[in-house]
Write a protein that binds this ligand. Structure first.
Ligand code: NAG
Length: 298
């Protein structure tokens, strides 16, 4: 078994322990981003959008809508919808729903619908993921390319304090490298740690909620060794995702999203933590498209 398979297998065992009801369920989850520069795709200027309505709709063979459900995103831009009875949702799609009246801010124009991808199916439970949905303002916002982008903070963050993020180096790192956690533990790549270092505390890198779970002593280096326990696995994959986000603009999650997803996972159910660990793990593998090509440090 390769390491991803091993990870999936141990994760599923943990899920089996966490799901103690035998009712069949399907869970659909994803994130909505404000495409504030109206680029039509995810970019570094986008941020998770709170309070926007998402609809999942399914059509029958005649193209008629046979089932649908709506949910509003939370302040991390996430939504989750539960469908009883494990229906097959592979033909369904998710889309941002904008109503004419509230077409203010970033909820004026809905981006394209996305299909549902079955992440896994086991123990009476199916989990579907949806690629990022976009919502756009009527006009590109002032902070788009051309002017200097302002740092974006999500609306109304509650008591979570984000760690100070030092300004990134002026030259973008386009080389495109995404590495699984194993590679980040190797001493020869130490010079590729940006913004944070191996001895940076988990609590400093991820914030207050992580401090509550992992204590204030644990370092990122120790976090990368995590295994055996669902929350240690989450920390390992989250730490690798954080390093990938700092190291490469091509990484699927910007740094702020890694931190927010981590908080969302730590505040929620074990299923939420598992799902987040899985998403991080898939992202850290480069989805088979982006390789890990760090050059050894001198
Ligand atoms: C990353 O780690 C894997 C597993 O240890 C190894 O096979 C691979 O060569 C490493 N890649 C780099 C660029 O070091």
């Amino acid at each position: 078994m390769d390491s991803l398979q091993k990870f999936l297998f141990s994760s599923l065992l943990l899920l089996a322990a966490a799901v103690n009801e035998t009712r069949a369920d399907a869970l659909v989850t994803g994130t909505v981003f404000c495409d504030q520069c109206k680029e039509g795709q995810r970019s570094v200027f986008d941020y998770p959008l709170n309070g926007v309505k998402v609809v999942v709709a399914c059509t029958d063979n005649n193209g008629q809508v046979s089932m649908w459900k709506g949910e509003t995103t939370n302040w991390l831009g996430n939504y989750a919808m539960r469908f009883d009875g494990s229906p097959d949702l592979s033909g369904c799609y998710a889309q941002v729903s904008v109503s004419g009246e509230e077409s203010t801010g970033c909820a004026a124009v809905a981006g394209p619908a996305q299909g549902l991808r079955l992440l896994f199916k086991m123990f009476y439970m199916e989990i579907y993921a949806v690629d990022s949905l976009l919502s756009q303002p009527a006009q590109p916002m002032a902070s788009c390319p051309g002017s200097i982008p302002e740092p974006v903070t999500p609306p109304n963050p509650p008591t979570i304090r984000f760690p100070p993020i030092r300004p990134l180096p002026p030259v973008p790192f386009w080389e495109g490298s995404v590495c699984p956690y194993e590679n980040w533990t190797m001493p020869e790549y130490i010079c590729h740690w940006k913004v944070v270092g191996p001895d940076t505390k988990v609590a400093v890198a991820f914030g207050l909620i992580a401090a509550r779970r992992y204590g204030t002593d644990m370092s990122l280096k120790e976090g990368l060794q995590g295994r055996g326990d669902l929350y240690m696995t989450l920390l390992r994959e989250g730490t690798a995702a954080l390093l990938n986000s700092y190291n490469s603009l091509q990484f699927v999650y910007p740094t702020l999203v890694v931190i927010e997803r981590m908080n969302w996972a730590l505040l929620g159910s074990p299923q939420q933590a598992l799902l987040t660990a899985l998403l991080f793990s898939r992202a850290n593998s480069g989805f088979g498209n982006v390789r890990c090509n760090l050059t050894p440090c001198k």
